[in-house]
Structure formats: C-alpha cells, structure tokens
Ligand binder design. Structure first.
Ligand code: MG
Length: 415
C-alpha cells in the first residue's frame, strides 16, 4: 500500500505576537508527517476552518505522493478559485506534501528541485530609523554582520503610526495612518541621497513603496531615485493598477520588483512575458504554496526575470524554509527578503527580540551566517514544530489597524 493521508491538523501559534498557521499532514506510515505554512495572519481562523472542514474530508485516504493531482483537486474543489484564504489553506497542505516527499526520498527539498545553484542565499534586511543618522548607524551594523542588501525606509512606509486624524483632515475624519504622499516622496529622495553620501555605493539598496502612492507619483519617485542606484524599487504600483507598470517602464531604468499581493498567474503572466518587471516577489502561501511558486520561478527564468520572494515576519519559519529551498535551486534567483531571524544572541534595534521563542517552537529553520542564509540538510523542508511549545503562544483575534491607511482628506488608500 502507498503512502496515504490519514489526518490533517491545524496548529495556530503566535510566538512573537504574530498569528502563524501551520498545517500538519499525517500519513499511514508510522512517524511520517509533513508541515506546511498557511499563515494569513489577519484572518487565521478562516484558514483553520477551511482546512478542517473542507480540505481534510477531501484529502483523507488519498495518495500523499501525488502532489500535483492533490493541488489541482484542492484548487478546483470549491468551484470558485483563488483568493488568500483558499490559497493559504492549499499552501499549508502543499508544503506539507513536499516535506513528506523529501522525507520519503531522504533528501532536502532543494534536491528534489534539481539541486543547488548556490551554497547560500544572499538576503535583504530592513533598516528604518527616526532620522538619517540612526538609519546610517543601522546600515553600518548590518554591513558589519555581512549583509549585502538593505531595504531602507524612514518611518515605515510613510504615515507613521495609527492614531487620531491630524488637524489637516476634515472634521470628523476617522482614526488611521495618515499619509502625505508628496511629503513622503520628498523625504524618501532626501533619505537615499543622504545614505549614498554617507555610506557610499557598495551596499545594494532597496526601497518599498508598499503601493501607498498614486501610480503617477510612483513614476516621479522612481525617476528621482535613479541617481542612487537602487537594486530595485519594491511594489511601486497597486495590485489593481499594474497596467501602469508599462508607463513606469517607459520613463525610468530603475529595476522594478512587484507582486507580494499577487494571488494567481493571471496577475503576473503578462508582467513577466512583456518584461514589465525585473523581480517577481510573490508570497508563497498567498499563491498556494511550493507547487505554483516553482512553476512561476521556471516561467520567469524564460524571460530573464529574477525572484525575490516575500519574506516578512507574518509568515512561519516553514514558509521561510520553502523560500530558501526554491532559492537554492533557482538559476534566476535575485535576492531573498529576510525579516529578522538571527542567531538567538543577536539583537538589533529594529528587531522585536532575539527570536528565542520562535526558534523553540520551530527547531531547524534556516540559519543566517556571515551574509548568507543556509538551509539544513535534513530531508524535506528541515523545519519541525514543537507542539507543546507552540501551545504556550495562543493566537488572538484583533481588529487590524496597520491596514487602515488614509490620505490627507481622510479617505482610504491601499496599505
Ligand atoms: Mg514589501
């Protein structure tokens, strides 16, 4: 008898205060299970219910080795396809099936993807600060630890913290994160000019627009940032407005990275085939896991587009590992976002802590050493879950505030 799926469980845990969703696929073989990431941090109960009520009954008893068949089955089963809740649930199972496949083969997943194109993965980290001096100090500290790529922001994505409407908003305007896009553009150009003046041109710099300005403002920002030699400008155009990338492309040679909000191939296919972006940076669980991400990576390779997978704090170490395994085997790998998982004794100002709890819940996550991230050589994705530890950090449901971004007149702007 083959390897069949016997049970699927969902474990929600928040060791760093961020809701993480882990899907555990158990098989009929003693001790053989896989782990996947289905983290939709701001709607975690939706994913849990989707897996428990719909995917588990669909999949129990089926052959765990037929990953492609099971992915298509999950994708088509609800008739209406795509979307973050559905894709994250599918991703959790999909990654777990790749983890099982690796364990069956006795190989790490990157071997299943064709083996290593490189030994370690260069990553970009996030630098922020209250002013240019603080930002430059942080840049230096990262350079001392071997980091070669940095994403630089001044005060997040512009707009500061959630709070009362400023006096410039209309009477009765709601609470939110208030943005002044013209101010943000001026500050950002000044920031990069200051960084290059102080630290030179050795370090590769990235800036994340986070879709927070109007498309033509993004065109202007890109042109003004050109002299500062950015590695790429991240998500300059909102998901709903990607036709504007053609106009942006005609106006500037700044490399463009786009896609952390993408859900399905319709959204990226023409951007890649028409050379409108330089880096594709989807969020693995948001597109449905390793299976669609590998297809995307190989498709992008044909058009000279490189990968820069999304790697934020609001995904689990299992998804970070999935990123790294694909990166290791991808000839068209560009850079990997790495949101701050360091050796336990390392603390830097913009990190929330030394990540001790995260490492105890998820033993085996890839390690950063002197400029590169390395996967371990355990079969599968190489990350385990200590369920007793995970249970110490229950998830909470709260109203998400950081997505309530508003323009000066109090109307909403994509976050
Ligand atoms: Mg981003």
């Amino acid at each position: 008898m083959g390897v069949t799926i016997q049970n699927i469980r969902v474990i929600c845990t928040a060791p760093e205060g961020i809701n993480l969703v882990v899907i555990k696929v158990e098989t009929n073989q003693p001790g053989l299970y896989g782990l996947g990431c289905g983290t939709f941090a701001y709607r975690h109960l939706l994913v849990k219910q989707l897996v428990e009520e719909y995917l588990k009954p669909l999949l129990v008893g089926r052959n765990a080795e037929n990953i492609e068949e099971l992915w298509q089955l999950m994708h088509q089963n609800a008739y209406w396809r795509n979307g973050p809740a559905e894709n994250n649930a599918i991703s959790g199972v999909d990654m777990a099936l790749w983890d099982i496949k690796g364990k069956l083969a006795g190989m790490p997943c990157y071997q299943l993807f064709g083996g290593k194109c490189r030994e370690g993965i260069p990553v970009y980290r996030h630098v922020d600060g209250k002013d240019l001096s603080e930002i430059c100090e942080n840049i230096q500290r990262y350079q001392e630890m071997g980091i070669t790529h940095l994403r630089c922001q001044c005060g997040g994505y512009g707009g500061g913290r959630y709070g009362k409407a400023p006096s410039t908003a209309p009477e009765g305007a709601p609470d939110g994160i208030y943005l002044d896009s013209r101010q943000y553009i001026r500050d950002t150009v000044k920031l990069f000019q200051g960084i290059r003046d102080r630290v030179g041109y050795d370090i590769a710099l990235v800036h994340d627009v986070h879709e927070r300005i109007a498309p033509m403002e993004a065109v202007r920002l890109a042109k003004e940032l050109e002299p500062y030699d950015l590695f790429f400008l991240e998500d300059p155009i909102p998901l709903e407005q990607t036709d504007w990338l053609r106009i942006l492309r005609q106006q500037t040679s700044i490399p463009i990275a786009q896609g952390e909000l993408f859900n399905n191939p319709v959204e990226w296919k023409h951007l890649i085939s028409e050379h409108l972006i330089d880096f594709i940076r989807v969020h693995l669980s948001q597109v449905g896991g390793i299976t669609p991400a590998r297809k995307l990576q190989i498709f992008a390779e044909q058009f000279g587009v490189r990968t820069a997978w999304h790697g934020p704090g609001d995904m689990s170490p299992i998804a970070h590992a999935a990123n790294i395994h694909i990166d290791l085997a991808a000839p068209n790998f560009g850079v990997q976002e790495w949101s701050g998982i360091e050796p336990p004794n390392f603390v830097i100002q913009d990190l929330k802590g030394p990540h001790g709890a995260l490492l105890e819940v998820f033993p085996g996550l890839p390690e950063y050493r002197d400029g590169y991230v390395y996967a371990n050589d355990k079969p599968g994705l190489g990350v385990d879950l200590d369920e007793a530890e995970a249970a110490k950090y229950p998830c909470e449901n709260t109203v998400t505030q950081w997505t309530q971004t508003r323009l000066r007149d109090g109307s909403l702007q994509t976050p």
